[in-house]
Design a protein around this ligand. Sequence first.
Ligand code: ADE
Length: 245
Amino acid sequence: MDFHILTIFPDMVKEGLDTSILARAASAGLIWINAVDIRDYTLDKHGKVDDYPYGGGAGMVMQAQPVYDAFSAVKKQCRTPAPRVIYVTPQGSVFNQAKAEELSKEEEIIFLCGHYEGIDERVLEEIVTDNISIGDYVLTGGELPAMVMIDAISRLIPGVLNNDVSAEIESFCDNLLEYPQYSRPEEWRGRKVPEILLSGHHANVDKWRREQSLIRTLERRPDLLESANLTDKERRFLEEYKNTR
Ligand code: ADE
């Protein structure tokens, strides 16, 4: 999958994503991080990409021209005729695992990262297909949110994780949180690994893990249970658990 990122901090994006699993995925040709410097496209002789807002007010606005020209240059490198262009903004719909899964099916995505008080609305109207936020808080720019989304999307691309099963079973698969995990030693500071995990009985282990997922989701993110796909038996299990709390 090709990720094109329009930004005024290309090094931040390249360096931030050039570690561990994503660095390996890039070397293997599974993803391409193409961070493009919007500043390279300004016509201003001092390299400026922002100006005062019409109508007054605090802060500066990123101008339409350099953004549009950077976009046009990237568009020429694209493999598909109409790639999605995501404007990373706190005014967008909130990113989640379902969105990551949807986006992981694309061949390429263009991310547009804003700064200052935003980007001239006219270029947004011209090029953006999706407005996406990573949560209800405001960051200083769109680079970190773009990196968060690229990480979440990349790990869903076949071959990026060593173990395909782990992408499926983890938190948010089926709108449930992941069960607790344990590794050696069997006892640490007086805390023992749950007996059932040492039993070697796979069916019982699976049942215990599913129950732990249900309990954990109920305790920590009860809102997720509304959209979780539960059997009648699992719903009864949760009702009984609530009564014993
Ligand atoms: N830019 C600034 N804050 C942001 C957020 N929460 N999500 C996406 N882009 C942003």
